[in-house]
Design a protein around this ligand. Sequence first.
Ligand code: ZN
Length: 257
Amino acid sequence: MNGIRKDVNIILDLTIVVIVFMVVTIYNTYPKTLYAFSNSNNRAAIVSRGSKEDKIIALTFDDGPHPEYTVEILDLLKQYNAKATFFVLGKYAETYPEIIRRQIAEGHEVGNHSYSHVNMKKVSAKVIKQEFEKTQDIVYSIANIRPKVFRPPYGNYNDDVIKIVSSDDSSVVLWTFYQDSKDWSNPGVDVVIDTTLSKVQNGDIILFHDYVYKPESHTVGALKVILPKLVDEGYQFVTMSELINLSQDRKVLNNFN
Ligand SMILES: [Zn+2]
């Protein structure tokens, strides 16, 4: 009897060890998941890709509006009936409000990319708040909408950024890690095309720049090839908020790649 009791005790001990191990494992992974859906409307706090179940792509353009390139990009998007998201800098939105109004009128989403492109990891919470809210207010004063998506410059964020952005019912949006062509550095039209098309997958968030500090933009040239190709492949271009909503509905939002 003692032998059997001993065996039972060993089994019980082992079971307890396994249960403790499982609880610790679940506890360690759970906060990330919870964190991603932490704001009031259960809107995702951090997003870097969308649902792989749908043939959707979010085209995103940072640093604008630019008086020439943004307009050329808008013309191209119109030609292919493609919707995109423009993460604008407050200082350029102020300078080119008519471009913001056109973006909204043509069904695109306007997101916030800070006022002056600061590195959010290197400034105080007070400055983060100012940079974020000033741009929210500028876009509101131009187009009567408050952006629902915020992309921190350089993809750099911390807890203060998440807290401040979430408190205005917005999401922090990054990009799918392999979808960064560094088009702002004019690497060549072919490089931009290849980066985008060679790895493209359902639910990708593609990072482009409509403001380029160069006398020409390789982004515009690349889009002339990328857009018809992706249309041919059957992709649908959605705004960031559409991608987030669809992916949340499917409960497959992958926040941290
Ligand atoms: Zn930027």
